[in-house]
Design a protein around this ligand. Structure first.
Ligand SMILES: [Zn+2]
Ligand SMILES: [Zn+2]
Ligand SMILES: [Zn+2]
Ligand SMILES: [Zn+2]
Ligand SMILES: [Zn+2]
Length: 326
C-alpha cells in the first residue's frame, strides 16, 4: 500500500530523541541532526553523544587554547598550557633566579640572559650577604646550643644535689640487734641514739632514738621510736616551734625491692603551747623527745626482713615543702 512507502509520512526518531519528521528526512536526521547520535571529538577522539559534545569541548584536555602571553607557539592545548607557561613560553614573566637572595627583577624569559649578564656583580654581592647571614645564624645557633648545654649541666648538678638534700634526712643502721635488745631488756641500756642530723641545709638539728624493748606503756611489747630537737647554731634563723611533718620508717630489707613492706609512723607536730618543751627552740642541749611508744610490736620484728644479719635500719624523712629558704 502507498502509506507504508510514502516518504511524506510523519515518523518519530528511532533513537527516541523526541524529534518528529517526514520519513524522507530520516537519514539526514540520523546522520546530522539527532542529538542521540554518536560523534567523535576531533581533538581527543573520544566517542560521545552529540548532545554532550559542547560540554565536552569546554573541558577537553586536547582542546587548543591560545597562549595568554600571545607568544608565537601554536600547539598549546588545555592540558599543556601550564607546562608551556612554566617552561617554554618566551613571553612568560618570571622572577630572577636570585630572587631568594634579594634580586627584585621580574621579566620575560627571553630577557633573562641579558639581566643575568648585566647584574653579575649585583648577584654576587647578594649571594655574599646571604652566605654571611646564614653563617652568622649558624654561629648564633651553635652558641645558643653550647650555652643551653652548659646551663643544663648546671641544673643537673643542682638537682642531684637537691635530691641528696631532700632525700631521707637519716638512714640509721643499728647493728648487733640481739645484743642490744638483751641490754634493753635487762635495763642496762634502754635507749639508743642516732647521730644528730639536719632536716635540710642549715635546718633543724634532730636526733632519733629508739627503745628496742619498748618504753613506758610499750615496754616488753613494742619497740618505741622518738625524735628530739637539738640546739644548733642555725636556730636563730629557723621558725619556732618546729611544725613539719615527720615520718619514721622501719625498713624491710627484702632483696626483692618491690616486695618490701616497710613500717612507718608519721606525725604532724601540734604546735600548741603545751608542746613547747618538745617543739620550741631548744634552751638546753636537747628538747624532750616525742614520737611513738608503740611503733612496732616486738613479734612483728621477727617477721619478713626487718632484721637481717642482726641489723635493722630506721629512716627519717622530714617534709620540707613548707620550709622557708634562707
Ligand atoms: Zn504519499
Ligand atoms: Zn533523533
Ligand atoms: Zn575531546
Ligand atoms: Zn606562550
Ligand atoms: Zn636578578
Amino acid at each position: 500500500p502507498h502509506l507504508e512507502s510514502c516518504d511524506r509520512m510523519h515518523t518519530v526518531c528511532p533513537m527516541r530523541c523526541g524529534a518528529e519528521f517526514e520519513k524522507r528526512f530520516q537519514q539526514k536526521h540520523r546522520d546530522e541532526d539527532c542529538p542521540k547520535r554518536q560523534v567523535i571529538c576531533q581533538f581527543c577522539e573520544l566517542s560521545m553523544l552529540a548532545e554532550t559534545e559542547s560540554e565536552h569541548l569546554d573541558a577537553c584536555p586536547k582542546f587548543p587554547v591560545p597562549c595568554p602571553n600571545k607568544c608565537s607557539k601554536k600547539e598549546v592545548t588545555r592540558e599543556t598550557l601550564q607546562e608551556h607557561l612554566d617552561s617554554d613560553c618566551l613571553q612568560q614573566s618570571q622572577p630572577c633566579p636570585f630572587a631568594n637572595y634579594g634580586c627584585a627583577h621580574t621579566g620575560k624569559k627571553q630577557e633573562l640572559p641579558a639581566h643575568l649578564k648585566e647584574n653579575q656583580i649585583t648577584h654576587m654581592e647578594l649571594l655574599c650577604v646571604a652566605v654571611k647571614r646564614s653563617e652568622e645564624a649558624r654561629n648564633e645557633k651553635e652558641r645558643l646550643a653550647a650555652e643551653l648545654t652548659k646551663k643544663l649541666a648546671g641544673i643537673e648538678r643542682r638537682i642531684a644535689c637537691l635530691e641528696k638534700l631532700y632525700g631521707p634526712q637519716l638512714v640509721w643502721r643499728i647493728d648487733s640487734y640481739q645484743e642490744r635488745l638483751a641490754e634493753a631488756k635487762s635495763g642496762k641500756k634502754t635507749t639508743l641514739f642516732s647521730p644528730p642530723f639536719l632536716t635540710h641545709r642549715y635546718g633543724y638539728k634532730l636526733i632519733l632514738s629508739t627503745c628496742l624493748y619498748g618504753d613506758g606503756q610499750g615496754r616488753g611489747e613494742y619497740m618505741s621510736v622518738f625524735l628530739s630537737i637539738c640546739k644548733s647554731e642555725n636556730d636563730p634563723l629557723l621558725i619556732w616551734p618546729f611544725g613539719h611533718r615527720v615520718t619514721i620508717w622501719l625498713l624491710d630489707q627484702c632483696e626483692d625491692v618491690k616486695a618490701r613492706r616497710h613500717i612507718s609512723y608519721s606525725l604532724k607536730p601540734n604546735t600548741c603551747k603545751e608542746n613547747r618543751p618538745f617543739l620550741g627552740r631548744p634552751i638546753g642541749e636537747r628538747n624532750a623527745s616525742f614520737g611513738a611508744v608503740k611503733f612496732v610490736r616486738l613479734e612483728t620484728l621477727n617477721t619478713l626482713d626487718y632484721i637481717k644479719d642482726d641489723s635493722m635500719f630506721l629512716k627519717v624523712q622530714v617534709d620540707c615543702e613548707a620550709l622557708v629558704s634562707l
